[in-house]
Design a protein. Structure first.
Length: 198
């Protein structure tokens, strides 16, 4: 029954919410890691480093959300920080996809190689952790001296095998993506708290 209307919750909605509860509970167990990430993010961005973010499909939208929160603001008024959602540069994405059509998986790795510098942070989002374009981007980030993080679904998976640190969550692709957005908000809230404290 719905607490507000007294009507039954449809089975589809109930099943989705139950799955999401499980995924969010797993995210709750990762709050110490997210706090470490947020503090390091504050340190690096204050020092002039940047964030590069990427994902496919719904995860691309979340990568773009992260970039928007950093260039704009999450909650607090503060100076803007450098953050790029790699898929949002559509001209580069389309040109690379066309020029490297024999290996489309290079579309993010080429951008990471072009933009990433030592001590930058690369954030890669994937509901399954098996996208080759993200694993190649992770390898490019490591090669550039950047710190590479992944938010994925169940692990281990190919992406978690090549990054510096990862948060792997159980659940359906939809629940994992929804929890990743919560993780991004926690990361941004922690960043801004750290900036206020220092």
């Amino acid at each position: 029954m719905s607490a507000t209307t007294g009507t039954p919750i449809p089975n589809v909605a109930s099943a989705h919410l139950n799955t999401l509860d499980d995924t969010l509970e797993a995210l709750r167990q990762q709050t110490a890691r997210l706090t470490r990430w947020g503090r390091l993010l504050a340190e690096r961005l204050r020092a002039g480093n940047r964030v590069l973010a990427a994902g496919n499909g719904g995860s691309a939208a979340e990568a773009q959300q992260l970039a928007a929160e950093l260039v704009g603001r999450y909650h607090d008024e503060r100076r803007p920080f450098s953050a790029i959602a790699l898929h949002a540069d559509t001209s580069s994405l389309m040109a690379l996809g066309d020029e490297y059509c024999h290996d489309y998986a290079q579309v993010f790795a080429r951008q990471v190689t072009a933009h990433a510098r030592p001590r930058d942070i690369v954030v890669l989002l994937s509901a399954n952790g098996r996208s080759r374009n993200l694993t190649l981007a992770a390898e490019a980030g490591i090669g550039a001296g950047a710190t590479v993080w992944a938010l994925t679904g169940p692990g281990p998976n190919p992406l978690t095998n090549v990054v510096d640190d990862a948060i792997c969550l159980p659940g359906t692709a939809a629940a994992v993506q929804e929890a990743h957005l919560v993780a991004i908000h926690i990361l941004c809230a922690t960043l801004e708290q750290e900036l206020r404290a220092n």
